[in-house]
Design a protein around this ligand. Structure first.
Ligand SMILES: *[C@@H]1O[C@H](CO)[C@@H](O)[C@H](O)[C@H]1NC(C)=O
Ligand SMILES: *[C@@H]1O[C@H](CO)[C@@H](O)[C@H](O)[C@H]1NC(C)=O
Length: 338
């Protein structure tokens, strides 16, 4: 079986790989796809398209999982994570736990273009953004305040603490460490479809430059200071213009440990189709965390794309390419939760 598969792979890899413009992104965030596609049609680069597409989600607050006014942390504050990964130069810019600045993907792009660094975080990322002219403003809205008040009113459920007292499954903090003898490492995850958390986008422009990136307001009711997978290279997104790109969404705290986007790109390098590559990235996580929630999207140099997922029935992702006049919303069936 493996032998036959390898033969097929070596055959398809000699087929000419004419590059053509494509945008794919996680979830049903089709406004983002459309705007990114429009940038490509006007001759914009993959990085321009990605910045514009993710900015749309930051402004539209895509299901309140991207941008301001969503996913308050335990202090009621919204903080943002974003990344742009340039698959041609293998360069990146990202921000983690960015405070009081709305356009996180814009700041990530500025980290890419105006600094030698890769990731800036927290209050100091805010300073960087302000220096470059971004407006400082509260990211709290009535929606996020109501969510936060509801959470406080229900004994701070759900939350991300474990092995502390008082029992975090029934109580608000402050917490203290549980004594070493009482620790149980079972993790109860508050992540799920209601707490999906990222736009991940992969774009190839007409010159064949592939960029991948993310923007997210992270996990709802996260412990302040938490940085998710979105700004981490190889985790939230990864690209190599000679191969393809990938992006991930879901329970970032688990997914980041497996570098699923990097793995998907590596699998495509070894000859896998984008679907097979995404599948392998998901399978790798499943072996350790059979009920984790998440998805990976992948795009190769030939403009083929695919996705795989776990912990939900189906996972939607959006596509725009030369074959389609409109943005296509596609659904992939997920692994069945065990
Ligand atoms: C995406 O789909 C969900 C569920 O069908 C819906 O509630 C949500 O409004 C949609 N979001 C966008 C941005 O279209
Ligand atoms: C998508 O864009 C249209 C037109 O700008 C807007 O009316 C609509 O509310 C947007 N959809 C979402 C889910 O943000």
């Amino acid at each position: 079986m493996m032998f036959r598969y390898l033969l097929i792979v070596s055959f398809t890899s000699i087929v000419s790989s004419e590059s053509s413009s494509v945008v794919i992104n996680t979830w049903n965030f089709s406004n983002a796809t459309r705007k990114a596609w429009e940038v490509l049609l006007k001759g914009g680069s993959s990085i321009d398209a990605l910045t514009t597409g993710c900015t749309v989600c930051e402004v539209n607050q895509c299901d309140f999982t991207v941008g301001f006014g969503g996913s308050p942390d335990e202090n009621g504050e919204t903080t943002l994570d974003a990344m742009i990964f340039d698959g041609t130069k293998i360069n990146m810019g990202a921000v983690g736990a960015l405070r009081r600045i709305k356009n996180a993907i814009g700041v990530a792009r500025d980290v890419l273009e105006y600094s030698e660094h890769s990731i800036l975080v927290g209050e100091l990322a805010t300073q960087f953004a302000k220096e470059l002219g971004y407006k400082e403003e509260s990211l709290t809205t009535k929606h996020s305040k109501d969510m936060y008040d509801g959470w406080k009113g229900s004994s701070c459920q759900p939350n991300f603490w474990k092995d502390v007292i008082p029992d975090p499954k029934h109580n608000c903090g402050p917490y203290e460490r549980l004594s070493i003898n009482d620790i149980n490492y079972n993790r109860w995850s508050p992540m799920g479809i209601e707490n999906h958390d990222t736009i991940g986008m992969v774009v190839m422009d007409e010159s064949g430059n592939i960029a991948a990136g993310t923007s997210s307001n992270g996990a709802k009711f996260k412990i302040p200071g938490r940085v998710g997978d979105a700004p981490l290279p190889g985790a939230g997104a990864y690209a190599d213009s000679e191969i393809g790109g990938a992006a991930a969404t879901g329970d970032g705290d688990i997914m980041m440990r497996f570098l699923p986007s990097f793995l998907a790109v590596e699998e495509m390098k070894r000859g896998s189709s984008p679907s097979q590559a995404a599948e392998e990235a998901i399978s790798r996580i499943l072996k350790k965390f059979p009920t984790f929630f998440g998805a990976v999207i992948a795009l190769n140099k030939k403009g083929e794309h695919g996705a795989a997922c776990n912990g939900m029935d189906v996972f939607p992702y959006c596509i725009a390419d030369i074959n389609n006049k409109n943005v296509i919303l596609k659904y992939v069936k997920c692994h069945k939760e065990k």
